[in-house]
Design a protein around this ligand. Structure first.
Ligand code: SF4
Ligand code: SF4
Ligand code: FES
Length: 333
């Protein structure tokens, strides 16, 4: 059975000097048809100027990522019957946070530059002592299987809320890739990788945990979780002098101590206020908060069930130490 597809496609040709506009198309596709099937049909039968990128049509190559009804997705994985069961109009736009080449095609060069910047390849100090191939134990690789599913589609980058305001941020895909190699037991440059990403402007501390990349990734890579893991690895490796570390520790200490966040301590604990000048530098912010009624209450009492919260912390710490010991022994093996 065929279904009717109505697409509203954003058209734009930067070289023409014209403005972007939306063009509506109608076509019919098989019941199992995807947004990509409809776009290809339109291009082949109605409008040869419609520009898009695709290859495998099977959610493997990562080339057809675009915004469908405002959210980045693989067009070849998005069935029309799922998003427009009654023939509703579907809006199709190019990915965000990347320059538009034409219509639905974006320039992936900045994406690849950032992936290359994290050195996405193993860097062993030399061949294994056996002189034969390095055989990684299953247990040491299983936790990497999710991140290795990345098909470099760029959907996460398209939705990243930090990249919208700061194009220096490495972004979710590159940082997930960095984790993939830093956590690989065959790599001998873990410490150097962590130091680079720890200190770098736009590195591991610039993610704001908005979850967008986790939500849109078509392969379940969960880039934000990998960024959190990179931070844990950096702290376990003894890297501490960063506002991000101070922020995390102040946050956790507050919740462990009282069961909830002490906001008045968070700002103070997050910044390295080592001298009077630094401390005075925060006064204008404090004054603005006071005047707009946003100053947190300085009296902070523990919640009645704080002991349960502390038990959660104890158990989490125990499991974390166990994981650290296991991954250290895998690296040394
Ligand atoms: S969670 Fe972090 S990396 Fe992911 S989209 Fe949000 S800000 Fe970007
Ligand atoms: S992490 Fe997911 S969304 Fe991002 S590039 Fe890889 S597969 Fe695509
Ligand atoms: S065409 Fe390859 S992932 Fe969609």
């Amino acid at each position: 059975m065929a279904i009717e597809a109505r697409l509203r496609v954003r058209r734009y040709d930067p070289e023409s000097g014209g403005e972007p506009y939306y063009q509506e198309y109608e076509t019919s596709v098989p019941e199992w048809g995807t947004v990509l099937d409809a776009l290809i049909q339109i291009r082949e039968e109605q409008d040869g100027t419609l520009t898009l990128r695709c290859s495998c049509r099977s959610a493997i190559c990562g080339s057809c990522a675009m915004k469908v009804n405002g959210e980045s997705a693989l067009a070849c994985k998005t069935k029309l019957v799922d998003i427009a069961p009654d023939g509703e109009t579907v809006t199709v736009e190019p990915m965000g946070n990347q320059p538009i080449v034409r219509d639905l095609v974006v320039d992936m060069q900045p994406f690849w530059d950032k992936v290359r910047a994290v050195q996405p390849y193993l860097q062993p100090d030399g061949p294994p002592e056996s002189g034969r191939e390095y055989l990684a134990p299953n247990d040491a690789m299983q936790h990497l299987s999710g991140v290795m599913n990345c098909i470099m589609c760029g959907a996460c980058v398209s939705e990243c809320t930090v990249l919208e305001v700061d194009d220096k941020f490495l972004g979710p895909a590159a940082l997930a890739k960095a984790y993939r190699f830093a956590a690989d037991p065959r790599d001998d440059k873990t410490q150097e990788r962590l130091v680079d990403l720890f200190d770098m402007d736009g590195g591991m501390w610039d993610c704001t945990h908005c979850f967008e990349c986790v939500q849109v990734c078509p392969k379940g890579v969960e880039p934000m979780e990998r960024i959190v893991k990179l931070r844990e690895m950096a702290m376990d490796a003894g890297l501490e002098d960063h506002n991000g570390v101070r922020h995390s520790k102040t946050f956790a200490d507050s919740v462990e101590h009282s069961g909830w966040l002490n906001e008045s301590q968070l700002a103070v604990g997050s910044f390295k206020l080592t001298n009077v000048k630094d401390q005075l530098g925060n006064m204008p912010v404090a004054l603005r908060m006071l005047m707009s009624g946003k100053m947190p209450n300085p009296i902070h009492r523990p919640i009645p069930s704080v002991r349960e919260v502390r038990r959660v912390f104890d158990e989490t710490e125990r499991q974390h130490q166990q994981q650290v010991a296991e991954s250290t022994s895998q690296k040394e093996a």
